[in-house]
Design a protein around this ligand. Sequence first.
Ligand SMILES: CC[C@@H](C(=O)O)C(=O)SCCNC(=O)CCNC(=O)[C@H](O)C(C)(C)COP(=O)(O)OP(=O)(O)OC[C@H]1O[C@@H](n2cnc3c(N)ncnc32)[C@H](O)[C@@H]1OP(=O)(O)O
Ligand SMILES: [Co+2]
Length: 134
Amino acid sequence: MIGKLNHVAIAVPDLEAACITYRDALGASLSQRQELPEHGVTVVFIDLGNTKVELLEPLGENSPIAQFLERNPTGGMHHICYEVPDIRSARDRLLAEGARVLGDGEPKIGAHGKPVLFLHPKDFCGTLVELEEV
Ligand SMILES: CC[C@@H](C(=O)O)C(=O)SCCNC(=O)CCNC(=O)[C@H](O)C(C)(C)COP(=O)(O)OP(=O)(O)OC[C@H]1O[C@@H](n2cnc3c(N)ncnc32)[C@H](O)[C@@H]1OP(=O)(O)O
Ligand SMILES: [Co+2]
């Protein structure tokens, strides 16, 4: 079912500071900032050629990453995103196997304009998994 690694996401308290670290200390080239109120985050992507890093900070009052940052005040690895060819059939198979799909189970459009879903971290080795239909 899962294909390529689309991105690894790092939640940060200060996106500007994280961008400076990645640009100046690691020589990364950064995308423009993208505010995604429907996801409750602002993101910047770093294209690594074979995959991407997604830097994200909370946006708005009810960001889904706010509590994560309370637990990890300097930031941390937040989720991993795998590509799938058909997100609804992947979802249905996962639900049939008893996995928890977060939210209302309907894919949302993610930062790349593609449908995404999230799977509960407790069902996947303590790791928040995002699926993106590519
Ligand atoms: C930019 C758009 C898109 C893209 O295109 O790439 C995105 O990536 S949007 C990214 C932000 N959106 C999301 O993360 C949506 C899915 N996430 C959620 O719904 C929530 O984060 C969550 C997974 C339900 C957790 O929310 P939280 O408020 O932290 O809930 P709890 O405190 O109840 O946590 C339950 C349990 O899970 C542990 N946890 C939480 N987050 C993570 C994590 N990122 N990785 C691993 N484990 C996590 C948390 O510690 C709790 O565990 P226990 O304390 O042991 O109960
Ligand atoms: Co993501």
